[in-house]
Write a protein that binds this ligand. Structure first.
Ligand SMILES: *Cc1c(COP(=O)(O)O)cnc(C)c1O
Length: 233
């Protein structure tokens, strides 16, 4: 086993253990491998271990990896998820090359992604990013504002609203961590009650995926625990 496949397997085990501990059926939490700052070769090693879905924060960096890997994978199935802040001049590239966007936080971006989604591809899966920690430094819309944005996205035929995403501030206080994740879950449930057919709660990273799974995460986004420490950011 390569170090990446061993780390990947360890993360899969952490997810299964946490899912069982939460009394949830194993297999209800999927792993998004966050490959930002790591090379196409790293992605390829993780993909060879069995990983299909990869998360990227920077469009240009992702496009380079997508091009480098095209035609070179033993199993051609690979799925790219945009998880970083979105600039409006990047919406076309995102709509053309990604299967999911976790970080939608503005009407204008949703509209542009919808308009640019190519007709030969299925609707783009999207999550609304909510700022559950109330920090000015973090992206995401304020809790409550996701309702109007969800209603707007539901009118866009080339987008499929799947759920909510959050990046809570790091804290050593487990109760605070759990409360942030629980808030996102309550917001999702309110949208479901409003008639939005959501199935996704994208929350939890290398350091807090167990708490996120305990509070209902369906997708955990894990970078460091698979690929190692990042040199930048
Ligand atoms: C970098 C990043 C992650 C992964 O964080 P790790 O702590 O390395 O697991 C998850 N989600 C988002 C949005 C990120 O930017």
């Amino acid at each position: 086993m390569t170090p990446i496949s061993a780390h990947w397997q360890a993360v899969k085990t952490r997810i299964a253990v946490a899912t069982r501990a939460a009394g949830r059926p194993v297999g209800t939490v999927t792993l998004l491998a966050v490959s930002k700052t790591f090379s196409a070769a790293h992605v390829k090693a993780c993909h060879a271990a069995g990983q299909i879905a990869f998360g990227e924060n920077y469009v240009q960096e992702a496009l380079e990896k997508i091009a480098a890997l095209a035609g070179s994978l033993a199993n051609p199935a690979i799925e790219w998820h945009m998880i970083g802040p979105i600039q409006s001049n990047k919406t076309r590239s995102i709509a053309e090359h990604f299967a999911w966007v976790h970080s939608v936080e503005r009407d204008k971006i949703a509209q542009r992604l919808n308009d640019a989604r190519p007709a030969h591809l299925p609707p783009l899966n999207v999550c609304i990013q909510v700022n559950v920690s109330g920090e000015t430094s973090k992206s995401g819309i304020a809790p409550g504002a996701e309702i109007a944005l969800a209603d707007m996205i539901a009118t866009l035929p080339r987008l499929r609203l799947r759920g909510l995403m959050a990046i809570p501030e790091p804290t050593p206080d487990g109760a605070v961590r759990r409360a942030r994740f629980a808030l996102l879950r309550r917001l999702q449930q309110a949208l479901i009650a409003r008639g939005h057919p959501l199935d996704t709660l994208s929350m939890g990273m290398s350091d807090d995926l167990e708490d996120a799974i305990a509070e209902g995460a369906t997708v955990v986004r894990v970078g460091t625990a698979i690929f190692g420490a990042r040199e930048t950011q």
